[in-house]
Design a protein around this ligand. Sequence first.
Ligand SMILES: C[S@@+](CC[C@H](N)C(=O)[O-])C[C@H]1O[C@@H](n2cnc3c(N)ncnc32)[C@H](O)[C@@H]1O
Length: 295
Amino acid sequence: MGKVMAKTNLKEKKIISKASLEVVDDSAIKTTSYSDINLKKWKDYSHIKTDTLWEFPSRLKEGGHSNEYHGNYIPQIAQQVYERYTKKGDIVLDLFFGSGTSGIEAVNMGRRCIGVELKDDLAESVSEKFSAKQLVTDVNIICADSASELATEKIKARLEIMGSQKAQLLMLHPPYDDIIKFSDKKEDLSNCATTEEFYDLFEKVAKNGYDLLDKGRFACLIIGDKYANSQHIPLGFECMARMNKIGFITKAIIIKDMQGNERAKGKTANLWRYRALAGGFYIFKHEYVMIFQKL
Ligand SMILES: C[S@@+](CC[C@H](N)C(=O)[O-])C[C@H]1O[C@@H](n2cnc3c(N)ncnc32)[C@H](O)[C@@H]1O
């Protein structure tokens, strides 16, 4: 691919932010510096979402994904985000790896992935989803506390083996505070004594991710809010504020419809409806997919 930088016209300058101005242009292909989407054929990408309301009627189960882990995100999110914000061969860093959705989709889409997960039994069982070769070349799974210096050191070592100093996309899908308790470990973000402590730990993890990400590249935060003590606790907006505090700019706040993506909510639907009517609140049907950029 030719690497001639296009002279962006004035109109384009207005709508494209400073860090994304680097556009590769030869006669047939025009891409941004962070994706393979050919802007000269932009009409061919109708599957790529460009609006802020995401609806996926059901969770994708093909392509190596299963729904055995309570609290995993739907693979369609990775598909959308990877195509918009990574190139083939790029490294995705996921600091809450869970059941490995980010890694599976990285392999499916010709990207690579480093995943950090606190629970050792999970980190071990997720490894079994990948072939021995993939675990050498494409997916690196680290068992560590993502807020720790040790995790950063381990990630740096893996990046070096993969031939890169930094990652090209950061995926963050933390526990939604204590809504699902993932373990009894004190480092577990789902196990914090207070929501304030959850925000502080989240910020530590996000800061580690920020430092390990290439400049100009993007981060994706998937999170939902919660109710506690009869009030709405805006976990999403507070975590967004922490992302901004450490240096990320916000590019998008996407509302993702959760209906059809959740496990077993149907059974308790009437109970929730009663509680909502009695307590004066509304039942969550959405979560957020937030996009950030490191300038
Ligand atoms: C919402 S789940 C992520 C699920 C994942 N995106 C998937 O699709 O399977 C959050 C994960 O973060 C892990 N976790 C919690 N605190 C952590 C920490 N300090 N460091 C690393 N992982 C942590 C939990 O064990 C849990 O597996």
